[in-house]
Unconditional design. Structure first.
Length: 188
């Protein structure tokens, strides 16, 4: 039998190589290489790359002329998890900090802002302008990254919340470049 004298942490050392010598009573012996690969357990919380995300939205983004909701913003939250495999899969969701927002403010924001649970992309669910949200103002909402339920809910760990501040520009910029990406094969 082989026993560990202390808990093994896969994030520190993910495998071990042991050389085992076996011998009989007559002086004969042989060696064998035994490789031990440490399985990952869900022991690390996800962490956001930033604790505060600040974005600027222009009027055509937060109050579009033609309403196609949910509106994808191309603004992403990003978190990482040092666990491996299924334990590293994340989901994003809104977080209500107990002290900063009233229940009414939180509920109001949940009707207009959300996050794609898999990609972390911010989604606008409805036009953002109303009696309490005005152009030139800002919105503040919190999100957290949690272990995906695929790994089991019994040991689901969540990150510290990230604060998202969205500044609502009063007018569109005079010049906003359109950036396009393309790819093409290169002949060698």
């Amino acid at each position: 039998d082989l026993y560990a004298l202390e808990p093994l942490d896969r994030e520190s050392v993910d495998h071990y190589q042991l050389i085992i010598r076996v011998s009989d009573g007559g002086g004969l012996f042989d060696y064998m290489l035994l490789e031990l690969y440490i399985q990952d357990v869900n022991d690390n919380r996800p962490q956001f790359v930033q604790s505060v995300y600040e974005f600027v939205l222009f009027p055509d983004e937060y109050n579009p002329q033609v309403a196609h909701f949910p509106f994808c913003t191309a603004l992403y939250l990003q978190a990482t998890d040092t666990d491996k495999g299924p334990n590293a899969q994340l989901m994003y969701r809104r977080f209500q900090p107990p002290e900063s927002l009233s229940q009414t403010e939180f509920e109001q924001l949940t009707h207009v802002l959300d996050v794609d649970p898999k990609s972390g992309e911010l989604l606008i669910l409805a036009a953002l302008l109303n009696s309490s949200i005005t152009a030139g103002g800002e919105l503040q909402i919190f999100f957290e990254a949690c272990d995906s339920p695929a790994g089991g809910l019994s040991n689901m760990l969540c990150s510290s919340p990230a604060r998202v501040v969205i500044h609502l520009a009063a007018r569109a910029p005079e010049f906003r470049p359109r950036i396009a990406c393309t790819s093409a094969p290169i002949l060698e």
